[in-house]
Design a protein around this ligand. Structure first.
Ligand code: HEC
Length: 178
């Protein structure tokens, strides 16, 4: 017991020591693959889904539903399909991406894992660079494409998107445990 506690403390200390010198600001959530679960458990907005890792869903919805756009608040999670995620990090985290972190996930009934994450160099499973497309959104839309925001449209129909959303294998896994 004592030994186990000691090794736990040692492991924890190692993690703390390995933390980057420029510790994330207090408004930063730690993001791991476990952060991301069943897509359709998130809050729907016009066919995509949002959440807020810092608990401020109202602020995220305020921007998502604003007719004039605006800057999504830190912690905002935005998803159209199960495998592609944008998370708004703290102000100044990555000026080139408006502080968005892009994620390309693998998803299965066991959960999520990372295929890629980052800022300017994240490539989706079809070979496309996230930023290259999302940067085309007009400035007031904070790199959120939807339709009519200035991005080149993706070649799949709303029906296909809905089908992909409803086929998220992580949702089935979650319900089986209920
Ligand atoms: C070929 C261009 C292209 C690439 C590459 C691309 N996206 Fe998108 N993405 C779009 C478009 C266009 C939409 C809006 C589609 C719609 O609603 O009809 C979209 C939608 C989204 C949304 C929903 C919010 C929004 O902007 O409408 C998220 C989140 C997202 N993409 C994340 C990513 C991530 C993460 C990557 C890289 C792993 C990525 N995308 C790569 C074009 C692209």
């Amino acid at each position: 017991m004592t030994e186990l506690s000691f090794s736990r403390i040692a492991a924890l200390s190692a993690v703390l020591l390995l933390a980057p010198a420029s510790a994330p600001a207090a408004d930063e959530a730690e993001i791991t693959a476990e952060t991301f679960g069943c897509l359709t458990d998130m809050t729907p907005v016009r066919g995509f889904f949002v959440d807020n890792l810092l608990g401020d869903l109202e602020a995220t919805l305020g921007i998502a539903n604003s007719a004039d756009g605006g800057v999504y608040p830190p912690g905002s999670v935005v998803q159209l399909v199960p495998t592609e995620v944008m998370v708004k990090r703290g102000a100044g985290w990555s000026p080139e991406t408006n502080d968005w972190e892009f994620f390309e996930l693998n998803v299965s009934a066991d959960g999520s894992s990372f295929r890629g994450r980052g800022t300017t160099d994240v490539i989706n499973r079809f070979g496309g660079n996230c930023l290259d497309c999302h940067i085309l959104a007009e400035p007031q839309w904070d790199m959120i494409c939807e339709t009519g925001h200035g991005c080149a449209p993706i070649p799949i129909t709303r029906e296909q998107i809905t089908a992909i959303q409803n086929a998220d294998p992580r949702c089935v896994a979650g319900r089986a445990e209920d």
